[in-house]
Design a protein around this ligand. Structure first.
Ligand code: XMP
Length: 316
């Protein structure tokens, strides 16, 4: 019978054997996979550096929360605050694929600058990622959304046997089980997925600090209410995004002319298809009221009732 404890001990044995006394670098995002990876390396007791890049496209308080979470687990991480570089690089760009390329490319630069001459790189690649990368290589999908884990520098290191992917045989639920067996808290293991390009894919058109701040406020209110009403764990992914179209309204006694926010909450198996969630009206009403009262720059709240396909989960 499969036993997660045995599996973990075997993984740790393999990690120690492959790493020896070299230094391993890994990137952490705060997501499930990279967190389990970092905690696993920490448990293995190898010489590890965990690097967290703040790209300025994170949610409200996210960088602080990631730092606090790792501190809770006694894993030391290095934060690289590159938010201004990302915003500068994105300045004026509104094309979705160009925005993705800018973010992906800069992430690689910033990350590898921080890494320096890595002796080894560890990645939280899962079994489905392995399959996806293999099929991407043959299809146009790789052009549409490039997979971060498979860039040139990584391929180079891989050829030299310097890439460690201890989770590559696991599915997501098994990664969570492994994480739980190492004492990683429930809220970290069951965090909704968050895309690498961050809030930029929820900010159609140009990305500015002002727009990102508005998204952060709306999103924090929405996610807070999902938790308050007990819906966070029932939903696969949820967020608030910006619709940078101004419409007319009334705020106080004055005419307002402001943007709209879209709330999206979906259920999915594997992100390939998704269905929108019938959230309780009370939750939606409270979220809408709070956003309209508290978030400057928004006078309209919309709920996205689009299935995937044809819509995607993110707006870009
Ligand atoms: P879409 O919008 O394609 O999203 O329906 C499917 C899932 O993938 C996430 N997503 C990404 N995750 N890097 C990531 O790590 C990306 O570039 C990226 N684009 C989309 C999205 O949040 C959803 O869960």
């Amino acid at each position: 019978k499969f036993d997660i404890g045995d599996f973990k001990r075997e993984l740790i044995r393999e990690i120690r054997e492959r790493v020896g006394n070299r230094q391993v670098v890994c990137g952490v995002s705060g997501g499930v996979d990279s967190t389990v990876l970092a905690v696993l390396l920490h448990e293995a007791g190898v010489n590890m550096r965990a690097i967290f890049v703040d790209n300025g496209l994170l949610r409200k308080n996210e960088a602080e929360e990631v730092r606090a979470n790792f501190a809770r687990m006694n894993v030391e991480i290095e934060t690289v605050d590159a938010s201004e570089r990302f915003l500068a690089a994105l300045d004026g760009e509104s094309d979705p694929e160009k925005k993705r390329r800018i973010i992906g490319g800069l992430f690689i630069d910033v990350f590898w600058d921080a890494v320096g001459d890595a002796e080894m790189l560890a990645q939280g690649t899962l079994y489905p990622d392995v399959i996806e990368s293999a099929s991407n290589a043959k299809s146009k999908a790789s052009v549409i959304k490039t997979h971060h884990n498979r860039v040139e520098r990584v391929l180079e290191l891989q050829a030299q046997g310097k890439v460690l992917e201890p989770l590559a045989e696991l599915f997501k639920d098994e990664v969570r089980e492994l994480g739980a067996s190492m004492g990683i808290p429930h809220d970290i293991l069951w965090r909704h997925p968050f895309p690498g390009p961050g809030l930029a894919v929820r900010c159609p058109g140009v990305v500015t600090k002002e727009r990102l701040d508005i998204i952060r406020e709306c999103d924090a209110i929405f996610i807070g209410n999902l938790k308050k009403y007990g819906w966070y764990d029932k939903v696969w992914q949820a967020y608030a995004g910006l619709i940078p179209v101004k419409t007319v309204g009334v705020k106080g006694d004055e005419r307002s002319y402001e943007w709209a926010t879209n709330l999206r909450a979906i259920v999915s198996e594997d992100a390939m298809t998704a269905d929108w969630v019938e959230l309780p009206p009370a939750l939606l009403r409270e979220t809408s009221n709070r956003i309209l009262n508290e978030v400057k720059g928004i006078n309209r709240v919309l709920y996205d009732i689009s299935t995937k396909p044809p819509a995607s989960i993110e707006w870009e």
